[in-house]
Design a protein around this ligand. Structure first.
Ligand code: 8YV
Length: 320
């Protein structure tokens, strides 16, 4: 039987590409060239499925332009706000994501952002590397303690829960807001707040773990930042669109917030330039899932979905 034809939008880890080459007649992207929307439509001609990442956008107008033959879009990501699911449904296209496999790696990065921001890691390392470390000083590079402080988590899904578990190990007290309250046995002692507005005044530290998309757009803006305690720390490992950059940058500049630890940004990789000059920002280039194990597992999970679909079985992570 002929192998299904697959368009793979980005370069993927070796072990993943090996499996793709074995099981699919694939159009790969060995140079890892970023594609324009027109490229995506052109390269999808004659394929049965697409393996994409969240770096490519699949709004309704692009889905409508895809050839009839395309029946599945498997994303190498847990987030799926870059795919218009309604447009997929209308066209009978199955969309899938890769949940679970990146939970632990991303929660690790949430803690790195939290610690990096609280303990001024960027300032400290930069001082050292620039050979400006003169001598030990009792008042230099003082940060914030985590122990005994409240970490507020917005979005208590898999990654939120994994972040809470890690933070508890640092002695933090967990509060959270989620669309729905978790069952008591899943809360693991975290204090629930029915609204974001109720949660924020409790948070010395705030971790954003909610999905992207219209519902969460700019949930942290000038108004909600004002509800945080003076000197709070904001961490974002979810999506940049959750934050109004202008408002966050103003609050970091004025000292209203102590620091921020950010792994995701609106408009990546062209982030708001205001961040580059802020010493109280610990910045990472969207590496939440970037471990060898996790990136392989994400690729295999996306392929498990494609394999199941092309074998006539339901895709395990079908979103549509
Ligand atoms: C990926 C992510 O690096 O899974 C997600 O939603 O944000 C990251 O793990 C990225 O989306 C690649 O597709």
């Amino acid at each position: 039987m002929a192998k299904p034809r697959l368009f793979v939008t980005r370069l993927l880890p070796d072990a993943v590409e090996e499996r793709i080459r074995r099981d699919y007649d694939a159009i790969l992207n060995p140079e890892d060239r970023p594609y324009t929307p027109d490229d995506l439509v052109r390269l999808a001609a004659g394929v049965d499925g697409i393996l994409t990442t969240s770096a490519e956008k699949w709004p309704a107008e692009i889905i409508a332009r895809l050839p009839e033959r395309v029946r599945i879009i498997a994303s190498f990501s847990v987030g799926y706000e870059h795919i218009d699911l309604e447009a997929c449904r209308k066209r009978g296209i199955v969309a899938t994501n890769t949940p679970d496999v990146l939970t632990e790696a991303t929660a690790d990065i949430a803690m790195l952002c939290l610690l990096g921001a609280a303990r001024r890691a960027w300032e400290a390392e930069t001082m050292l590397r620039q050979r400006r470390w003169e001598r030990w000083k009792s008042t230099e590079l003082l940060g914030l303690e985590l122990s005994g402080r409240v970490l507020g988590i917005v979005g208590m899904g898999r990654i939120g829960l994994a972040t809470a578990r890690r933070a508890r190990g640092f002695g933090m007290v967990i509060h959270y807001h989620n669309r729905r309250r978790l069952p008591a046995d899943k809360e693991e002692g975290a204090v629930y707040h029915a609204t974001l507005e109720e949660l924020l005044p409790h948070c010395h530290f705030l971790s954003l773990n909610a999905p992207g998309g219209a519902e969460t757009h700019h949930l942290l803006d000038a108004r909600t930042i004002e509800l945080l305690p003076q000197g709070a720390v904001v961490v974002n490992t979810a999506r940049g669109t959750l934050i109004d950059d202008e408002a966050l940058i103003a609050a970091l500049r004025s000292g209203r917030l102590f620091a921020a630890g950010l792994d995701v940004f609106a408009g990546e990789p062209n982030i708001h330039p205001g961040y580059y000059d802020l010493p109280n920002c610990f910045l990472l280039p969207h590496i939440g899932s970037a471990t060898i194990e996790t990136r392989n597992a994400m690729g295999f999970r996306a392929l498990d979905n494609l394999d199941a679909f092309f074998a006539g079985r339901p895709a395990p992570d079908a979103l549509t």
